[in-house]
Design a binder for this molecule. Structure first.
Ligand code: GLA
Length: 389
């Protein structure tokens, strides 16, 4: 685990002075609500105890310096108006956020020196990009003196990802990284941008099994699903429904109108409408303390992704099937965009490390390599760790 002293030491070594602000923001696990966010339905996620740290110092000179834990030196940019390509493209996340905050009135005199470090694995479906956006956003606001509500900061970070990085994601990742609370899940009403917390039963853990598989076309497949959902809305409007998004459609209405849609598009819509229902059912079950029911809904969510939204892969299906037979596992499903990535499992304490290892070795027996296994706990959202501003 990284400590704030380590971050400050690295900053000092790189830039020759202390940072003004150190911030942190957690990764997230998508608990349930697969692709519901950009369809303006609800979604539930959980901020986890792995995070990204950002240390920053404002300087008078109009230059922008960047470094991350992996590199021993920084690199410099003279302006921040266009995205960076190649191995340094991670800087597009902080730069995108900086630009969105300047648009919201942040003072942009001078420049900054920025350092990023992390104990959150990247490429594991844990939304490290959103964590970097939120940690950067918190640090910029504190360092450059901009006051924004947390809702607005999450929206600015999503805007940065949509417009500057070019990924048409919804608010899930940024919302959960912003509003996480230890002991709780974050529920987001994506239509009204309402964030609230649901207590997560005591002693429950969230396990991640990361396959490290990534479909070569993952970004374009994500966009394709986004487009298919819009196509479903357009088709239903043409058929006479007065709706503006899939969150406006009930399962009964969809059943009556689905004949007007192409079969593939009808399947996509059915997944989203069913998933929206399951999110609210999981919320109800957890509020009533019925963790078994919540777990069953997680399994149903996976089946719907696999069969209707077709964003699973055999590796994820295999993990979910094995987890179903394990003691203490309440539910499991693919988490995040899909087409590779990770499975999450909600488990009671009887699901121990030994069982997690047996899942990993069964996977190795089938696919020839082990998935990365992480046990996570819920954690607080983005925060300032230290500031001398
Ligand atoms: C990715 C996106 C999120 C959400 C999920 C799917 O994680 O960043 O906004 O759409 O996929 O639910």
């Amino acid at each position: 685990m990284k400590s704030i002293d380590q971050i400050k030491r690295s900053f000092l070594k790189l830039y020759g002075s202390d940072p003004t602000v150190v911030s942190a923001a957690p990764g997230r696990v998508e608990f349930i609500g697969n692709h519901t966010d950009y369809n303006l339905g609800p979604v539930i996620g959980v901020a986890i105890d792995r995070r990204i740290f950002v240390a920053i110092r404002r300087i008078e000179e109009r230059v922008f310096r960047f470094a991350s834990g992996e590199s021993s030196d920084f690199f410099t940019l003279n302006e921040l108006s266009s995205p960076v390509e190649g191995e340094n493209s991670w800087v597009n996340y902080p730069i995108g956020v900086y630009n969105c905050l300047v648009r919201r009135g942040m003072d942009s005199e001078g420049g900054f020196e920025l350092f990023v470090d992390s104990n959150l694995p990247t490429g594991a479906g844990l939304a490290s990009s959103a964590a970097l956006e939120l940690a950067s956003g918190k640090a910029f606001c504190e360092c450059f003196g901009l006051e924004v509500q947390l809702e607005e900061l999450a929206v600015a970070c999503k805007e940065a990802e949509n417009e500057f990085v070019g990924v048409p994601c919804g608010i899930l990742d940024q919302g959960v990284s912003a509003f996480g609370e230890e002991g709780s899940l974050v529920h987001i009403d994506c239509r009204d941008m309402l964030f609230s917390v649901i207590p997560l039963g005591k002693n429950l853990s969230i396990w991640i099994f990361n396959t490290h598989k990534k479909h070569a076309l993952v970004e374009s497949l994500y966009s394709k699903r986004h487009e298919e959902c819009l196509e479903a809305v357009n088709g239903l409007v043409k058929a006479g429904l007065e709706i503006s998004c899939l969150a406006d459609v009930s399962m009964d209405t969809l059943e009556d109108a689905k004949g007007s849609l192409d079969e593939r598009i009808a399947k996509r819509a059915k997944h989203i409408v069913g998933e929206i229902y399951r999110v609210e059912e999981v919320k109800r079950a957890l509020v009533e303390g019925n963790v078994e029911k919540a777990g069953k809904l997680l399994f149903q969510s996976h089946a719907s992704s696999r069969d209707l939204f077709e964003n699973s892969i055999p590796e994820l299906d295999f993990l979910v099937d094995i987890l179903r037979s394990m003691p203490g596992v309440l539910g499991a499903r693919l988490t995040g965009g899909g087409f590779g990535g990770a499975v999450m499992a909600l488990a009671k304490p009887d699901f121990t490390k030994i069982y997690a290892e047996s899942v990993a070795s069964a996977y190795r027996g089938r696919f020839g390599e082990e998935p990365e296994t992480l046990e996570c706990h819920s954690a607080d959202g983005a925060c300032i760790l230290e500031s001398s501003n």
